[in-house]
Design a protein around this ligand. Structure first.
Ligand code: SAM
Ligand code: SF4
Length: 321
């Protein structure tokens, strides 16, 4: 008779009472853009042989769902570049993840909408840093503004729950807050303004590029009557609604870190599980037995810091943004 070691199956609650409920799951570190705050033009990537397979993702995610993960957001790099993206989504849907969502730059989104719809991936975060073609190209090193706007409009029209992510940078796109609110409102989607985080390649940008959420709010208050909208305690954003119904969120990870209520883990495309975006250390799950993986989950639970590091040099597209 084979005797298997007992595997602890308690929920993922750390010593500070933070329950891990959300997983950011990277399916590739590659991208078809080179946003100035994310990666250099000559970015180095992981060998594709090191990527987790659809079966490996499903195995790990099934275990984490059993331990209390309720929401899995597919990300990268640009997740829609991964050749096995359809197989990964199908495998995760089969596992029964309560909520599957996607973060994308939108360039390849339209042909994937039927697949996403079929597997219940109805919540899409789409990055859009500018409505001006030159500024969009200067930030992303790609001339894809019209493609991305078409993808946003198509997804919204098809009833997907779309949120736009705009990383706000002083002297680059910070004059576009109001146009972005108006653009999002016209499509009936939420816009979220992100503070520029000091992570990876963004550490090379001068601190004079940084715009705090407080500064953005002060600017927007000149144009709108902003009413706070309640959010879950572990939300990354704080939100407002204008009198005419525009939905605006702020992700202030620099000026108002939310570590005390953070409920997220991250799994990189090569299988490293991390407790925090701002902590390089993690544990590789590749090639581990089931018992070893459960032991690793326990270890990662103890790796979540109480406070945010000032900066981290590990690239965001490699950890999974
Ligand atoms: N490629 C997809 C995209 O751009 O939406 C998904 C991955 S990307 C790393 C996820 C999100 O992280 C994007 O909204 C991007 O703007 C944001 N991001 C990347 N680097 C950032 C930084 N240094 N500060 C703030 N946000 C950042
Ligand atoms: Fe690519 Fe997203 Fe990074 Fe831009 S932010 S370079 S789209 S991974």
């Amino acid at each position: 008779m084979v005797v298997t070691a007992a595997i602890p199956r308690q929920r993922l609650v750390d010593a500070q009472g933070r329950q891990i409920r959300k997983l950011r799951l990277s399916v590739t570190d590659r991208c078809n853009l080179r946003c100035t705050y994310c990666m250099p033009l000559d970015a180095a990537f992981m060998p594709t042989q090191t990527y987790l397979t659809p079966v490996e993702y499903a195995t790990i995610v099934a275990e984490l769902v059993e331990l209390g993960i309720e929401s899995v957001r597919l990300t990268g790099g640009e997740p829609l570049l991964r050749a096995e993206f359809p197989e990964i989504v199908a495998a995760l849907a089969a596992v029964g993840v309560p909520e599957l969502s996607l973060t994308t730059n939108g360039i390849r989104l339209i042909p994937f909408l039927p697949l996403l719809d079929r597997y219940g991936v109805r919540r899409l975060n789409i990055s859009l840093d500018s409505l001006d073609p030159q500024t969009f190209a200067a930030i992303s090193h790609g001339h894809h503004l019209e493609t991305v706007k078409e993808a946003i409009a198509t997804a919204a029209d098809q009833g997907f729950q779309v949120k736009l992510n705009m990383v706000v940078m002083a002297g680059v796109n910070d004059h576009e807050l109001v146009p972005m609110v108006e653009y999002a409102k016209a499509l009936g989607v939420e816009v979220r303004f992100l503070e520029l985080m000091r992570i990876g390649y963004a550490c090379h940008l001068g601190s004079d590029r940084f715009v705090s959420a407080a500064t953005m709010l002060e600017h927007l208050r000149q144009y709108y009557d902003l009413r706070p909208v309640p959010r879950p305690q572990d939300s990354t954003s704080f939100n407002f609604e204008t009198a005419c119904g525009a939905q605006i969120g702020f992700i202030a990870s620099e000026s108002q870190p939310f570590c005390g209520h953070c409920s997220r883990w991250r799994l990189s495309a090569d299988g490293v599980l991390r407790a925090c975006l701002f902590k390089e250390a993690g544990i590789s799950l590749r090639g581990l037995s089931k018992a070893e993986r459960y032991a690793a989950y326990g270890q990662v639970l103890g790796m979540k810091p109480s406070l945010r590091s000032a900066e981290v040099h590990h690239a965001m597209h490699q950890i999974g943004g």
